[in-house]
Design a protein around this ligand. Structure first.
Ligand code: PMV
Length: 329
């Protein structure tokens, strides 16, 4: 009972920040993301009678007890469905360098979900797989699909309609997504905790929810029209609005480093010089840039020279999660 699956990371253009149900990981509003070809996680799940407990290996090393507990809780959802009780060995490798502070929970849980159900001999529709991946991490629901992906907030209390769906596949529009690495220190607060804290204490939380429908609609229109300026403008707005929530929480959560601000300024400067490039920032200090693939080299070389920038990873739009191999006994 073994299966291996690969899934890619994604960057949200309209951010998910807030839950309508904490236990089921139901988002308070929808989100839209782009799947990243060059940042992926490959995971094997092996259900083994000989094991006493679940074991998680991350990039060749035993994971922390906390990470193991989180994955174990997720595997319980699969064991319940498959009516099995076997412990599992989960072996996960990231294609991107470890310890870069890049959130890998989306590609991790999307690949564990797919490898896990196949190892347990279950078959789920892509929507049901997305619903399952969401239980591991909200953004993982989107990594089931490639290209541009929309996550629905849904209305049902059981979360059956809080799933992602593809908007356009990875071949639809040749854009580059450039991840600019600054600090590699652990981030101040994990995203689940950060969003719950923002919801409870930021005076702007209501405005954030209320304005999400407009951001989603504008992003739809921009993708349909392949309009980078419109897409980039709303992506920057959604990022800055999300960080305005964390900065206005009490106590504040400051995810940025000095280099984050320097990169924002450099992007604006590039735009003034006629290079169409836009930024997005998740719950951490790294900045992801969005540009037409023809501008990749000029953007990359401008960013690499900035003091504090530790590395630049260039990616195209990537595909959804897929199974690489399966064995059953
Ligand atoms: O999937 P989570 O729980 O790690 O939350 C993701 C939060 C952001 O990355 C900041 C935004 C998003 O929509 O991916």
């Amino acid at each position: 009972m073994k299966a291996t699956a690969v899934a890619h990371a994604n960057i949200a253009l309209v951010k998910y920040w807030g839950k309508r149900d904490e236990a089921l990981n139901l988002p308070v509003a929808g989100s839209i993301s782009a799947t990243l070809l060059d940042l992926s996680t490959c995971t094997s799940v092996i259900f083994e009678e000989e094991l006493e407990n679940d074991v998680l290996m991350l990039n060749g090393q035993r994971a922390s007890p906390r990470a193991e507990r989180r994955v174990s809780g997720f595997l319980d959802l699969i064991r319940e469905r498959a009516k099995i009780r076997l412990p599992a060995r989960v072996v996960s490798e990231n294609s991107f360098p470890a310890g870069t502070g890049l959130a890998s929970s989306a590609s991790a849980f999307a690949s564990i979900a797919l490898a896990g159900i196949r190892a347990a001999s279950l078959t789920l529709s892509p929507a049901k797989l997305s619903e399952l991946a969401r239980r591991g991490s909200g953004s993982a629901a989107r990594s089931i699909f490639g290209g541009f992906v929309e996550m629905k907030a849904g209305r049902e209390s059981d979360g059956s309609d809080a799933v992602a769906a593809p908007l356009a596949d990875e071949g639809y529009w040749p854009i580059s997504l450039i991840v600019v690495l600054s600090s590699t220190d652990p981030k101040e607060m994990g995203s689940s905790e950060g969003m719950i804290h923002s919801a409870r204490t930021s005076p702007y939380y209501g405005a954030w929810i209320e304005s999400s429908a407009r951001d989603l609609e504008e992003t739809h229109q921009a993708i349909i029209a392949r309009d980078l300026e419109r897409l980039g403008t709303v992506a920057e707005h959604s990022s800055l609005k999300m960080h305005a929530l964390t900065l206005s929480a009490r106590p504040a959560i400051v995810y940025w480093e000095g280099t984050t601000v320097t990169v924002i300024r450099a992007v604006r400067e590039l735009r003034k010089r006629g290079v169409p490039v836009y930024f997005s920032i998740d719950a951490g200090p790294q900045v992801t840039l969005l540009c037409e693939s023809g501008s990749t080299e000029s953007v990359k070389s401008a960013l690499e020279g900035i003091p504090g920038v530790q590395g630049v990873l260039v990616s195209a739009l990537g595909p959804g999660a897929r199974c690489l191999e399966e064995e059953s006994s």
